[in-house]
Design a protein around this ligand. Structure first.
Ligand SMILES: [Zn+2]
Length: 63
């Protein structure tokens, strides 16, 4: 049985989107519904990039 030994590198799938009306883009965490931060309207999902979960959380500073 193979046990994963390197499971610390967690990734989270963000929702990348654009708002054609505002010509702006943004990213939304998977637990939130994507909406334009400019007009609050509907957006067009363009990609679902996977980013390290550590990038969204506060990393502990190395001493
Ligand atoms: Zn907009």
């Amino acid at each position: 049985m193979r046990a994963p030994r390197h499971d610390s590198a967690r990734h989270v799938i963000l929702t990348a989107w654009i708002c054609p009306g505002c010509d702006v883009a943004g990213r939304t965490p998977p637990e939130d519904e994507p909406e334009c931060w400019n007009c609050g309207g509907e957006v067009v999902v363009t990609a679902r990039p996977a980013v390290p979960a550590a990038g969204t959380a506060t990393a502990q500073p190395g001493s």
